[in-house]
Design a protein around this ligand. Structure first.
Ligand SMILES: *Cc1c(COP(=O)(O)O)cnc(C)c1O
Length: 399
């Protein structure tokens, strides 16, 4: 990119790197991240500015105002477009801001949407507490049952919302099959790819229309920033989403975009370790008589295992389990870990433990999405595996 081209692509289109046949890790480090055209800086600078000089009225380098476009954000958007094998990437201030943008682009009052019966609690709250008031009806369905999804689709259904693996029960949905059901009736398939990350799963290649991320999680990977993203391969839809991104304004600041971009460079190597550590943790949990059930798509007996093996590179770093001793035992395990930090969120380098019914999923209590009270969710980090196993064993020994 020359200085003259600077800013041509303010909407985060995938760039020449994406078309170059490079591997995932190369794209994570280079796509959208050519050395700075103004200074030669190897790392994309934090363009902490709200506005840009115009040499005369209407003459500028592509950037006019940082809600509409900011070079640090453009770099992140281009990189995410490349990593999801899409064309347009759009970055947001949070995962929910990204969700709000795609939902208000693809629904209107009177529309109907099919949603998972197991999903991130905040996503459900957006459908039930915000979109419903706006006149958009939803039907929660177990997305693993493709016939049930087809039966729930109505003439006014404009989208099917899919999360796979789901938060917190690690259910698996067949993205290719759901894309076919959506497209049969002129609806769109949106996939929340937060749990898998683009390293493990690329929904657009399987027929999804839009991918959503909470970049707060694996993409950022260091629990130091809140962010979201949308990626699509459809140029028309990319333009519509970009219009709404600017019109609604839920954009990230330059520093937040930079933190996510710094994190994403190591996504591949981090995910490999997350997956390997999760596998060890699953083995430990399965061997414990304190544990009543383990939910992990890598287990051959998991009902979604075959589909997960088909559409994912590996099975991820999230593991949930139920305690034989019920809710009291679940709370006790959460109280007694040390390396696993008790806290919400997931996908960072550090291991986290939480109690979904009282923490991340408190907002779905009493709904069809209510989660069992004896459930504990782990975000398995990339610490030394033996330390994680010892920490969990010690906590399980207390119940
Ligand atoms: C955290 C999360 C979100 C919401 O993202 P925020 O960045 O917290 O707004 C959406 N989907 C899933 C699966 C999540 O885990």
């Amino acid at each position: 990119m020359s200085v003259d081209d600077f800013g041509k692509d303010v909407h985060g289109e995938s760039d020449g790197w994406a078309a170059g046949g490079y591997g995932f890790e190369t794209l994570a480090i280079h796509a959208g991240q050519d050395p700075d055209p103004a200074t030669g800086a190897v790392v994309v600078p934090i363009y902490q500015t709200s506005t840009y000089v115009q040499s005369e009225v209407g003459q500028h380098k592509g950037y006019e105002y940082s809600r509409s476009g900011n070079p640090t954000r453009t770099a992140l958007e281009s990189c995410l477009a490349a990593l999801e094998a899409g064309r347009s990437g759009l970055a947001f201030a949070s995962g929910l801001a990204a969700e709000d943008c795609v939902l208000r682009t693809l629904t209107a009052p009177g529309a109907h949407v099919v949603i998972p019966d197991d999903a991130y609690g905040g996503t459900y709250r957006l459908f039930a507490g915000v979109l419903a008031k706006w006149g958009v009806e939803n039907t929660p369905v177990a997305l693993g049952d493709v016939d049930a999804v087809r039966a729930a689709v109505r003439p006014e259904t404009t989208l099917i919302w899919c999360e796979t693996p789901t938060n917190p029960l690690l259910n698996i949905a067949d993205i290719e099959a759901l894309a076919a059901v959506a497209h049969e009736s002129g609806a769109r398939l949106v996939v929340d790819n937060t749990f898998a990350s683009p390293y493990l799963q690329q929904p657009l290649a399987l027929g999804a229309d839009v991918v959503v991320h909470s970049t707060t999680k694996y993409v950022g990977g260091h629990s130091d920033v809140v962010g979201g993203a949308l990626v699509t391969a459809d140029p028309g839809l990319g333009d519509e989403l970009a219009y709404h991104q600017n019109a609604m304004g839920g954009v990230p600041g330059a520093f937040d975009a930079w933190l996510v971009l710094r994190g994403v460079k190591t996504l591949g190597v981090r995910m490999d370790r997350h997956c390997a550590n999760a596998q060890r943790v699953v083995e430990l949990l399965q061997s414990s008589d304190k544990v009543a059930a383990v939910y992990y798509p890598g287990l051959p007996e998991h009902p979604g295992h075959e589909i997960a093996a088909k559409q994912m590179r590996d099975f991820g770093g999230m593991v949930s389990f139920r305690l034989a001793g019920g809710e009291a035992a679940a709370l006790e395990v959460c109280r007694h870990t040390r390396v696993f930090t008790l806290g919400e969120s997931l996908g960072g380098v550090e291991s986290l433990i939480e109690h979904p019914a009282r923490m991340t999923h408190a907002s779905v209590a009493g709904s069809q999405l209510e989660v069992p009270s004896d459930l504990v969710r782990l975000s398995v980090g990339i610490e030394t595996a033996e330390d994680l196993l010892e920490d969990l064993s010690a906590a399980l020994a207390r119940v």
